[in-house]
Design a protein around this ligand. Sequence first.
Ligand code: UDP
Length: 487
Amino acid sequence: MIQLIDIDVEHTMAEYATDTVLRNSVEAMQNAVTDDVAALDGRTVWMVNSTASGGGVAEMMPKLVSLSRALGVDAKWAVIDVDEPVFFEFTKEIHNLLHGAGDPELVDHEREIYEATSRSVADELAERIAPDDVLVVHDPQPLAAGAMVVEELGVPAVWRCHIGSEEHSEKSRTAWEFLEPWISDYDRTVFTLPAYVPDFLATDADIIPPAIDPFSAKNRRMKPQEVATVLARADLIDTGHPVEQFGQPARRLQADGSFAPATEPADIGLLFRPTICQISRWDSLKGFVPLLRGFAELKRDARSAADSSRSDDHRERIENARLLLVGPDPSSVADDPEGRAALENLEEEWLALDPELRDDAAVIVMPPDQHESALVINALQRCSTVVAQNSLQEGFGLTVTEAMWKRAVLMGSDTGGITAQIRDGKDGRLVPDSGDPASVAETLDSVLEAADKWDDWSYSAQRHVTDNYLVFEQVTRWLETLGLLVR
Ligand code: UDP
């Protein structure tokens, strides 16, 4: 019922501190947490969630735990190991209701299974946890089990909600009403953004945004030749030189509807042309379609003879620009009908474009290997002129954080966590209405015009991420919250 997860230390504090940009962040963290680490001495901090792999929470947990340990906190990561499909169906329903979807009638039988299963998990957890320990429970799945442990042992406890929804509806209220009695057993809660805190928790909530690891394969520094090599290994550029290919390269949608190497029917021009790139899961809420339509609209407008409002450089930039719409290998949506439908819908949109526009916009699927795809994300974010994230809704938007960290020029939609990250006109630009192609075209036009601002925006963006959204800041905020709790 409970699985303790081993954590490898991938990078030591000393290694992080060798990086000139990171040294200050590492030092600031070490100085900020001294009292909190002392307060936590003799206690184990238990991080409890429902999965050891897949998804943002599982990706973030090893960094959080290993950095806390390196700072002197005895932290452990436990995953609840539940073999009861109804339990997860029920928590999925709660998740959907919080986002305003699904049937608000909770089924008594499912609710009973959630509670009974939580009881078994709690019994096992309580055997391992000492009354002085600290419990941090992530998301609704282990919420009730954690609450039962708190009732039994009286341990200090925090509930971390990673769900980012501003939804206020009868559906979301039903879900919160179900969660509230369990949450009330915890001392504090933690949310991603202030807007996601429900009213009844307004005074008990801390805000800790997600964060990225600057040394992960997706974010580590790459020299220009490494960027080029990764692109060549993934078949994204044609070099005419021998390269060691990835197991399975990236692939690009072709005019006949098939996927082939991305250098077919001709090299896209990455590294040389102005490139706009969006990388996301295949999900209609990620706004790929309005981004493609907006790009096409801008191209048509600049090609029309009537265009005299733009400078020659600006017009040429639009003329030469290429758009990359990038997402995971289709096998990732094989058993996900909504993801499959989103990809098929985008394919149809692209196939309906004029051939000339099809040369300028590429729909690309990533190599299926996770490590290789992380390297491709890293290289694409570094070689793109503009990184776009045109989501119609977005909990936080780690793709934005990742690109800002790499000093990309950002064009994001004005929603959720993207609005919190990109300060419009300071770190990049926000699309006022991401569902409207005309709004996308207008913003993209202004971004491509403002080449003299790109350096200012991208340096500011990197600074903003360094100060707020790196793991060091996240660990600092966590240890502050936990230190305060036990003091
Ligand atoms: N990502 C990935 N492969 C893909 C598309 C996205 O690994 O094909 C990564 C992306 O780099 C980011 C995460 O998945 O780290 C997506 O997080 P985000 O918060 O942007 O959106 P979510 O998918 O959680 O809605």
